[in-house]
Design a protein around this ligand. Structure first.
Ligand SMILES: [Zn+2]
Length: 177
């Protein structure tokens, strides 16, 4: 399953962050996986796109079902970190979300901006459904910089009014503002 040149495996923690002042913020995701750590720098648009992608994949993937959440049966716990992997850090040109149905995990693939020629992802890490959901929520909050998130379209609600894409911006948008 060579989806990425580096695979961090199942994730212990994944933390979306923003740094800097409003208007000049930079964004990153800090990932701690079973096979190493990485810091992936992103544009705000990528962070927003990540939220939408996760929402989409979560909606399309089979539901919770009968299998317990948490490190699923397909996720092997590999305690030994192979060959002294160093933390990686790069600026991503794009992210992609995949669902691995046999293992019931959600993969995030990150593509290095300096390596646009390659079709192989630079980095992959794997999330449970719960982790994926939480990452989407955390990332949405960071993108909105504290503004409340609309429960329908998952975009930040503006104090001046909210044009909800889920209701085509009609009256219902006011009702749930
Ligand atoms: Zn909305």
């Amino acid at each position: 399953m060579a989806r990425a040149r580096r695979d961090l495996g199942p994730v212990r923690s994944v933390t979306p962050e923003s740094l800097g002042k409003p208007g000049q913020r930079t964004f990153r995701v800090v990932v701690r996986g079973e096979r190493g750590e990485a810091t992936v720098w992103l544009e705000k648009e990528h962070m927003a796109a990540l939220v939408m992608s996760i929402e989409t994949v979560l909606a399309e993937a089979p539901g919770e079902g009968s299998v317990a959440e948490g490190p699923g049966p397909g996720v092997r716990a590999e305690a030994s970190a192979p060959q002294g992997e160093r933390p990686v850090e790069f600026k991503a040109a794009a992210l992609a979300i995949v669902y691995d149905s046999p293992r019931r995990t959600f993969g995030v693939l990150a593509y290095d901006a300096d390596d646009a020629s390659s079709s192989t992802a630079t980095l992959a890490w794997w999330l449970t459904r719960e982790q994926a959901k939480r990452l989407a929520e955390d990332a949405a909050e960071i993108v909105s910089s504290g503004r409340p998130i609309c429960p329908l379209c998952h975009r930040p609600k503006d104090p001046s009014g909210h044009m909800c894409t889920e209701t085509n911006g009609h009256q219902a948008a006011k009702d749930h503002f």
